[in-house]
Design a protein around this ligand. Structure first.
Ligand SMILES: Cc1cc2nc3c(=O)[nH]c(=O)nc-3n(C[C@H](O)[C@H](O)[C@H](O)COP(=O)(O)OP(=O)(O)OC[C@H]3O[C@@H](n4cnc5c(N)ncnc54)[C@H](O)[C@@H]3O)c2cc1C
Length: 433
């Protein structure tokens, strides 16, 4: 950055978890204004420093998504200026070097992001720069779908009902990007993964697509992991490489079951917003009394896919090898950890957070608490998945199991189902009664 840039007034658009050029609300807003727009992205050291695995596919995903947009913008004689550091330091620098009218960004609803944005907004305000945020990541924000007395819903079904009623009152519109108002920039290479302390992985970013064959029959086949009949759009929704408005428009026309899943996503987002204590604690307080066994050897066996229960082990292998696990198997593995092994759901949640490509704090936390029985609208604690019965129902030809566990697999079960189930029921009952 050079002082010479101060001569022209500009706007800044700050990419965060909205890594796309099309149908991007705040980007669209910024481009409507009278000043040219400088797009920026910050590899935030406060987030990256916490990642121990330096071959993290998510960092690679973000890097590839930004590179693609940077190349696209270079065709329009602009680009993205990508920084590595603490957002506050980066903004101090930007303010010193540019005459900025406003900073535009899409709203982020996670507790850490809210705190970061508050700090940045205060700093910008001091410098007479406005910080304009837009709704983009969701159809309805935390205060838009609430009970008649304005309190948040904590049960999914009435929340979803109200959500769908409200949807009828609005038109979900997509925004077209006008490439004319980007700030002209000299061609510049983007910062490399190595410079920010990470390595290239085997991940190849594929353009997220709404696939008709998958979504039309979603309700019929989504529960069978061997059929792999879900969209795999979780990561695209997480990093915003697809617009949620496009997904919802498509779901409304093509499949209500799939729409319901998108509503679960917003349900858990608003739970996290209204009850941020769930990050560390059970939504239902009584469940803090559970006397977890927390056996470290058994936890390791679970993580490595060596529990002796083929469906659990197949799921953990899929997760470890690809960063994805089918939803049905996420439920089975999570139930096995919390009920059969009586290991604190927070251990499992943290392991998934490290490995899942589509890791989303609100969904991961909400679903772990759902399985463990301690969440807002949770499965009752006495519902203990029987892994063998789950195989009979959902993978009866062992297609999924065969895909993920080796032929010479002969792990001995680390616990016996009936005994483990009874032990779990006893411990849970003691805690909650
Ligand atoms: C223990 C556990 C942990 C989970 N952790 C995460 C997580 O970190 N991030 C995450 O996005 N989902 C999580 N889920 C929910 C669900 O498993 C994934 O969203 C889904 O498997 C992703 O696959 P897909 O993209 O093919 O989804 P699809 O089945 O095609 O669904 C479309 C989208 O709807 C949303 N969605 C679907 N199911 C759920 C759900 N139960 N809760 C919230 N949103 C949902 C996701 O954004 C998903 O991409 C978790 C589920 C469990 C049981």
């Amino acid at each position: 950055m050079s002082k010479a840039q101060k001569t022209e007034k500009i706007n800044i658009f700050w990419f965060r978890r909205d890594l796309r050029l099309d149908d991007n609300t705040a980007l669209h807003e910024s481009l409507q204004s009278e000043y040219p727009v400088l797009p920026v992205f910050i590899f935030d050291t406060e987030i990256l420093d916490k990642l121990h695995n330096k071959e993290d596919k998510r960092v690679d995903y973000i890097h590839q998504a930004i590179s693609k947009m940077h190349q696209e913008l270079q065709k329009h004689k602009s680009g993205i200026r990508v920084f590595h550091g603490k957002p506050m330091e980066i903004f101090k620098n930007l303010v010193e070097n540019y005459d900025i009218e406003a900073v535009f960004a899409n709203k982020d609803y996670e507790p850490d992001a809210i705190a970061r944005d508050k700090e940045i907004a205060a700093f910008l305000e001091k410098n007479e720069i406005s910080f304009r945020t837009c709704k983009d990541q969701v159809i309805f924000e935390e205060h838009e779908v609430v009970k008649n007395d304005n309190t948040p819903y904590t049960v999914y079904t009435p929340y979803a009902k109200k959500w769908k009623e409200k949807l009828k009152d609005i038109s979900v519109q997509s925004h077209k990007t006008d490439f004319k108002n980007f700030l002209p920039l000299k061609p510049e290479n983007m910062i490399s993964l190595e410079t920010i302390g990470f390595k290239k992985t085997d991940l190849d970013l594929v353009e997220p697509k709404l696939e008709k064959e998958i979504i039309s029959d979603y309700g019929k086949y989504r529960n069978f992991p061997g059929m792999d009949h879900t969209t795999h759009l979780g990561v695209a929704l997480r990093f915003g490489t697809i617009s949620v408005r496009k997904c919802v428009q498509y779901a409304v026309k093509n499949n209500e079951t799939w729409l319901n899943e998108l509503i679960w996503r917003e349900f858990f987002m608003q739970i996290l917003f209204h009850f941020p204590q769930v990050v560390k604690h059970c939504f239902k307080k009584k469940y803090e009394n559970i006397e977890w066994r927390n056996n470290e050897k058994e936890f390791k066996a679970w993580c490595e896919g060596k529990t002796g229960y083929p469906i659990v082990d197949a799921g953990m292998k899929q997760l470890n090898e690809t960063g994805f696990m089918h939803n049905r198997v996420r439920m089975i593995t999570a139930s096995f950890l919390t009920k059969h092994l009586l290991i604190d759901w927070r251990w499992g949640e943290a392991y998934f957070a490290e490995k899942l490509l589509d890791y989303e704090l609100s969904s991961n936390n909400g679903n772990w608490q759902w399985v463990a029985g301690c969440g807002c609208d949770a499965s009752p604690y006495f519902r203990v998945f029987n892994p063998e019965e789950q195989v009979k129902k959902f993978d009866k030809d062992h297609k999924y199991i065969r895909e993920w566990i080796p032929e010479d697999y002969n792990e001995k079960p680390i616990v016996e189902h009936k005994e483990a189930r009874e032990r779990a029921l006893k411990v849970y009952k003691k805690a909650v009664s």
